[in-house]
Write a protein that binds this ligand. Structure first.
Ligand code: G
Ligand code: G
Ligand code: MN
Ligand code: NA
Length: 250
């Protein structure tokens, strides 16, 4: 199946598409942005989730092709979203293989120019696996991207390599608290304390907090009592296609 997916990348990223999941402000649940999430679909294999191909393709020589396609498609779609929601922030997940590649910043800048998408509406999410690259290099890249007005989010915070150590070292705009920390927030005093502390640290570092995996009204009530700027989760919407997203009111 992987060779099959590899071939699709070589055939102009055939079968790949992006879904968008809303991110809303905690206060009023109004739309703040979207996260772009990749999918692959094909007649033979059906719908294949990113966990089944991203980690493997990341190690592949053709990943830059897919990485560029993701950036380009999300910004092109982003232009459609901006027409309806002028202040929308479009978040795109990055792989370390993309960041590590020479000329990455130039690539992002050229796609911004090509699509006309404004840098201030763009947020790049870096994840645990990005820690695999040299911290100095990562710090430097992030500083340069932010100097261009692009926002940076630290994804999956609290899990894997997405730690306090890295948050202390690099300056990001948003910390995305992993959903495992909020799953039981209604019952668990420990989890509430954890989210509260992460939020306070993020605040002290000048970063906003986004909580992922919000599935119930009760979770929202809990999170409103903590310093959480934005929320994302199935309660608001699952990731949906651009067409479906534009057909709804958020
Ligand atoms: O959408 P879903 O929950 O299936 O995503 C599973 C994982 O795949 C998440 O960790 C997510 O960050 C990652 N992922 C989704 N889309 C992309 C993408 O476009 N690029 C990268 N690098 N990772 C992605
Ligand atoms: O690692 P990252 O944060 O990029 O992954 C986001 C993934 O989390 C998406 O693939 C999305 O499908 C999934 N997701 C988003 N909201 C929820 C939710 O409320 N509950 C669960 N279980 N998964 C979610
Ligand atoms: Mn993410
Ligand atoms: Na996450």
């Amino acid at each position: 199946r992987l060779n099959y997916i590899r071939n699709s990348v070589n055939e102009g990223c055939k079968g790949f598409f992006l879904c968008y999941q809303p991110i809303v402000f905690t206060d009023d649940c109004k739309l703040k942005g979207v996260e772009a999430l990749i999918r692959w679909k094909d007649d033979k294999y059906g719908l294949v989730p990113p966990n089944d191909f991203i980690p493997v393709l990341e190690q592949d020589a053709l990943f830059p092709t897919l990485g560029r396609w993701i950036l380009y498609t999300a910004m092109k779609d982003g232009m459609e979203l901006i027409k309806k929601y002028p202040d929308i922030i479009v978040s795109i997940n990055l792989s370390y293989a993309q960041l590590e590649k020479e000329g990455f910043i130039e690539e992002v800048m050229s796609i911004l120019e090509e699509t006309g998408f404004p840098a201030k509406n763009l947020c790049l999410e870096i994840t645990e696996r990005c820690r695999l690259i040299d911290t100095e290099l990562l710090k430097n890249l992030i500083m340069l991207l932010r100097n261009h007005g692009i926002k940076i989010a630290l994804d999956d915070f609290g899990t894997g390599y997405s730690t306090l150590g890295i948050l202390r070292e690099i300056e990001v705009d948003t910390v995305k608290i992993d959903r495992t920390f909020v799953m039981n927030i209604e019952k668990s005093e420990r989890d509430r304390a954890t989210v509260k502390c992460i939020s306070e640290i993020a605040d002290a570092y000048g970063a906003e907090v986004c909580v992922e995996g919000v599935e119930t009204e009760a979770m929202i009530e809990q999170l409103r009592t903590l310093k959480v700027n934005s929320l994302q989760g199935y309660y608001f919407s699952k990731p949906i296609t651009l067409e479906d997203f534009l057909g709804k009111e958020f």
